[in-house]
Write a protein that binds this ligand. Structure first.
Ligand code: EPU
Length: 337
């Protein structure tokens, strides 16, 4: 493990923001993680652990140590009649894991195809798409506890998972470094086809009895048609979360905005942030090199040389407009540094 100084983070964040880290290291194993944390001094703090850098916005140089987890490995731990348990190193690219599962006929994560980032950062925000969340297939999360200085495992019930959140995003943020995950996948896949356009797209290509491989292809097609590829146009996926409002608040909103779409979320109601932002006139708008994506307004984009502050200023502008028009406070989903 080598600690480098004054390193550009441009290629380590999918927004493509040009900032520098005072110290930088790539960690390829649990030993590297242990060595990195034991070499820290007050001068090299704070620490930021990066996976694929697909859910961060840098607004200034990072005056501490950035570590990229690069450990690799997908191993079958065990199997029973119905399930296969896969241990995934944190540094694996998430979509490679989905491809591996689908290629081996294991169901559960095909709807999470093409989500950018690494496996190890998946639990942090409980990645989700097309009706599936990571928590649905997670058996355990192994972490290095850098405060107590030991390794431990979390079961999903202890991870405080919610919509785009977990203990690793809240109080465990600076304490737990995820080293690997164990996924519990189905040998007889149960397909989840009810979200959005999945059935429609399957029909379009004439598939009547879909397989997980067909679903992966469809999800890749839907995502690629709506979401910008970060290697072409810098972005961090959904910049905002979909707001969740109370039933009373929803009753007020629907009276004033009868065409507002919504989804039930327990006793509350989820409103598509994309719709709110579009109604405020931001869809496809560009302000210098910072912009709002033309097909999915929840996604902010960097046309080339946007600064993190420029993207953040745009986000604040959107939040203020949505608040003024709808009385709803949008919450930022990406981690801003
Ligand atoms: N909509 C508009 N205008 C648009 C696009 C969408 O009004 O231009 C409205 C429509 O009513 C549509 C609704 O928004 O039905 C929902 O749109 P979509 O299905 O594209 O999903 P989303 O709720 O905007 C969420 C996730 C995405 C995930 C998709 C698909 C969040 C914050 N985002 O977006 O996740 O891929 O569902 O499951 O929950 C990410 O987290 O980075 C991400 C891309």
């Amino acid at each position: 493990m080598q600690v480098l100084e004054n390193i550009s983070l441009k290629s380590y964040n999918t927004f493509g923001i040009e900032v520098k880290a005072k110290y930088f290291a790539e960690l390829h194993s649990d030993n590297d993680i242990a060595a990195f944390f034991s070499a820290l001094t007050p001068e090299s703090m704070p620490v930021l652990i990066l996976g694929g850098g697909s859910n961060v916005l840098f607004t200034k140089d990072f005056e501490g140590s950035v570590a990229c987890i690069r450990s690799k490995g997908i191993v079958k731990l065990m199997e029973d009649e119905k399930h296969v348990y896969l241990k995934i190193a944190a540094g694996e690219v998430w979509d490679d894991v989905v491809k591996y599962a689908v290629d081996h006929g294991l169901g559960g994560i095909e709807n999470l195809s093409l989500i950018p980032g690494n496996a190890g950062t998946g639990p942090v925000q409980n990645i989700g798409a097309y009706g599936v969340e990571l928590k649905d297939v997670l058996y355990s999360v192994e972490v290095a506890d850098v405060v107590a200085q030991h390794y431990r495992a979390f079961r999903p019930a202890d991870c405080e998972f919610g919509y785009r959140t977990s203990i690793f995003k809240k109080q465990g943020k600076d304490r737990f470094v995820i080293t690997s995950l164990c996924l519990k996948l189905d040998k007889q896949p149960v397909l989840k086809l009810d979200y959005g356009d999945i059935r429609k797209e399957l029909e379009k290509v004439g598939i009547k009895t879909p397989t997980i491989s067909a679903i992966r292809d469809i999800i890749i097609k839907i995502r690629s048609s709506k979401l910008p590829d970060p290697s072409i146009l810098g972005n961090a996926g959904s910049f905002f979360m979909n707001p969740v409002v109370s039933a009373d608040e929803y009753a007020r909103l629907i009276q004033e905005f009868p065409h507002m779409p919504s989804f039930k979320s327990g006793d509350e109601v989820k409103v598509p942030g994309a719709w709110l932002i579009e109604r405020c006139g931001f869809k496809g708008k560009r302000f210098g090199d910072a912009g709002v994506h033309k097909d999915q307004p929840l996604v902010l984009v960097n046309y080339g040389n946007a600064s993190g502050q420029g993207i953040l200023a745009l986000a604040e502008n959107i939040i203020a407009s949505v608040k003024e028009k709808f009385g709803i406070m949008l919450e930022i989903e990406v981690n801003v540094f």
